[in-house]
Design a protein around this ligand. Structure first.
Ligand code: G3H
Ligand code: 13P
Ligand code: ZN
Length: 307
């Protein structure tokens, strides 16, 4: 069933667990997310980035996710991830496939971020759609315009409190040391838990961790064995994710780990079965590895059994 972000995150916050948000671009990824959620009896968030909508089409992904969400008993949120293009965010709200949107104005000057976020909250709420916003920028990847202090890219708790009050958003993405992609840390995985505690105390609402992929060791090993060049890849440790959840993170965004699982499954199958040309057979193991990774995340986040 299709539900809003607000609904499942309110429940998760009360139950002290988090819900995974998994990025999809195609049918196989949607199938993997739904299969994992059903196997774990877990609520789930299916995220489509602007790039995903451009790649597969808003109508196409919209219909596929709606069909899948309406066929299953587990709660499914259909979420726009990192909506930055104002016209696109407006179109997504207008078309109404998504039950949740993220407006990401984190790269803009603060006042502009507030103004756009506030406007999208009004538009989305009028249609029963939840809204995630962001302040602070993920180190290394998201562009930030004015860096006044050494750690200006990390979320400021006092500003977060004001931002939430001014915008009326349903969830807030915070920057506490993660970044997008497969190369998050040169040394050990390390997050700013002190800052997270202060933000959680200040805003009292569901918090979102972007860039939360872990680069699982087994998946990385299989990728490397079959020729993928990702030797330096490093993600956030499971222990750090669990701690972040215990401190108030209720939505955990995962894209890279699904890309790695898909890649590992695909490369192994093609190498071992060079005679097979049927895409349905070729994509099977890649989909199955994505299911395994998603199920492991659901167990780690303790959303298993919460559907
Ligand atoms: O946070 C961004 C996600 O990993 C989506 O990536 O824009 O390449 O689809 P994408
Ligand atoms: P990863 O690149 O760590 O998977 O993060 C994904 C994300 O934050 C999507 O919004
Ligand atoms: Zn993100």
């Amino acid at each position: 069933m299709l539900v809003t972000l607000k609904e499942i995150l309110t429940k998760a916050r009360r139950g002290k667990y988090a819900v995974g948000a998994f990025n999809v671009n195609n049918l196989e990824a949607i199938q993997a997310v739904i299969a994992a959620a059903e196997a774990e009896k877990s609520p789930v968030i299916i995220s489509t980035s602007e790039g995903a909508l451009e790649y597969a089409g808003l109508d196409e992904l919209g219909h596929l996710v709606h069909l899948a969400a309406h066929k299953t008993k587990v709660p499914v949120v259909f979420h726009l991830d990192h909506g930055k293009n104002l016209a696109l965010v407006e179109e997504v709200i207008d078309r109404g496939y998504h039950s949740s949107i993220m407006y990401d104005g984190s790269a803009l000057p603060y006042q502009e971020n507030v103004a756009h976020s506030r406007r999208f909250v009004k538009l989305a709420h009028a249609k029963g759609i939840s809204v995630e916003t962001e302040i602070g920028a993920l180190a290394g990847i998201e562009d930030f315009v004015s860096v006044q202090a050494k750690d200006a890219h990390l979320t400021d708790p006092i500003q977060a409190k004001e931002f939430v009050r001014l915008t009326g958003c349903d969830a807030l993405a915070v920057a506490i040391g993660t970044s997008h992609g497969a190369y998050k840390f040169k040394g050990n995985s390390k997050l700013d838990f002190k800052r997270l505690k202060e933000i959680a105390a200040a805003v009292q609402m569901p918090l979102v961790l972007h860039g939360a992929s872990g680069v699982p060791a087994g998946i990385k090993k299989q990728c490397l064995k079959y020729g993928c060049q990702i030797a330096q890849a490093k993600g956030v440790s499971d222990a750090n994710i669990r701690r972040a959840v215990s401190l108030g993170i209720t939505k955990v965004n995962i894209d890279t780990d699904l890309r790695l699982a898909f890649d590992a499954g695909l490369r192994k199958f093609l190498k071992e079965n060079p005679e097979v040309i049927d895409p349905r057979k070729i994509l099977g193991p890649a989909t199955e590895l994505m299911v395994q990774v998603i199920r492991q995340k659901m167990k780690m986040l303790k959303s298993s059994g919460q559907a």
